[in-house]
Design a protein around this ligand. Structure first.
Ligand code: ZN
Length: 156
């Protein structure tokens, strides 16, 4: 219970998703990735700077009545590689999933270099390698262009 105790600071949700262990200060980035600002159907609770044994301080995002698609989980991994996704049903956590930042990011983001082959008419899937996880820095497989967090966030 001790490790989970801080989660009690935020009211429980009945059904939905709790994204926990987001690195402190990144909750709003995660909210942006999920486009939840535009979705008025879900109640969102954002908690920032919650004390955490594992991270020192962490952020949390709770989304009521909504479960995430695999592609959304992949996007969260980009900006919150330590995050845990909890699926809540009937006020209970029925599933816990740790996000994982893959070595190669395929097809999620576009290269900012207009001359890159992935931006041509060739049927090429974008591919980036992780140069640095925090702050996020990716390198294009095709042209070597470096994409930083701000540029990546603009695409969500
Ligand atoms: Zn490129």
């Amino acid at each position: 219970m001790s490790e989970n105790e801080p989660t009690l600071r935020v009211s429980k949700i009945k059904d939905g998703t709790v994204i926990d262990h987001i690195t402190g200060g990144h909750a709003l980035d995660v909210a942006k990735i999920l486009g939840i600002a535009e979705r008025r159907a879900s109640v969102i609770t954002i908690a920032m700077n919650v004390p955490s044994k594992r991270l020192g301080h962490k952020d949390m995002v709770k989304i009521e009545g909504r479960f995430l698609a695999g592609s959304e989980v992949d996007k969260i991994a980009l900006l919150a590689p330590n995050a845990t996704i909890n699926i809540v049903k009937g006020y209970k956590v029925v599933e816990k999933q740790r996000v994982k930042l893959p070595d190669a990011i395929k097809g999620i983001i576009k290269c900012d270099n207009p001359a890159c082959i992935s931006n041509s008419n060739e049927p090429v899937q974008t591919r980036f390698y992780v140069q640095k996880a925090q702050p996020l820095c990716l390198k294009c497989h095709y042209c070597g262009h470096i994409m930083e967090k701000e540029e990546i966030l603009k695409q969500f």
